[in-house]
Design a protein around this ligand. Sequence first.
Ligand code: ARG
Length: 305
Amino acid sequence: MTVETTSRSTGVEPAGTLQWGRRYLMVSPDHFRVAYAINPFMDLADQPDPVAARTQWQGLADAIRAAGAEVEVLGQRADAPDMVYAMNLGLVLDDRVAISHMRHAERRTESATAQPWFAAAGFAPTYVGRDGVGPHLEAGDAFAFGDALVVGYGPRTEELALKHLAAELDVRVRGLRLTHPGMYHLDLAFCPVDERRALVCPSAFDDASARALLDLVPEPIVLTQEEALTTFAANSVVVGRTVLMPGVPDHVRARLEAAGFEVVVVDVREFHKGGGSVRCLTNPIDVRRGRDLPVVPGGEVVLPA
Ligand code: ARG
């Protein structure tokens, strides 16, 4: 398989539209269940319905394709019930992928299947840690935004991973410390929607990081803790001027529509039982240095003062 390097952008999109997010990896929910509890949403007594989960997953894949993006599908390992949350498999930049080194051993087998898939798709693997050795990195903690790779650390990704990532990938990494147990990945509290706007839930972070993030986003669309946790609104996917969301508070919809976005609500509630939603189920594999974030030779880590 070859890596597609051309953008689908037609040129009629408003300036500032995100260029990445036109090609995704998803993992089919062949063995999705709640087999352990590694985040506050997971309850072994509240299992997903496999038929409903399959229908919702298909609905999401269809909605992404309808919005104009491509979806590649990888099958799920039987021993990896959380593997449906494809965002966590690895972080793609250009033709490389930083394979996740999961915090919890329960998820580490996923990497053994993800790596050959990425390799066959043309992405060379790099590791900041693996098999329990070295710092943890979970790709749901990272986004290209503005002048950097913005990376959440604390609950899952470790601070030390930021240095490795920056050096390996030759990018500036802006670290933000997550402190809320329910927003254990950055993508539960932050969602870039274009070059100026992003959904932001400040209560996920310590004070310095919340301030740093609000300074980074010229026009933040602020979510309360309750909105973030009950609607999973920050766990959305943007394809050009379409925002695919699991739920949307009225004020957020109004802001997005005023900025020229179409909001599409996609029901993936079965997957909320595992603590993930639209963004966790999808992994953009078309993020490029030099276009979506600058190349910084040798890398650089910036932490909030
Ligand atoms: N049960 C999974 C975990 O706790 C959910 C992953 C959610 N993914 C995400 N990108 N936030 O690891």
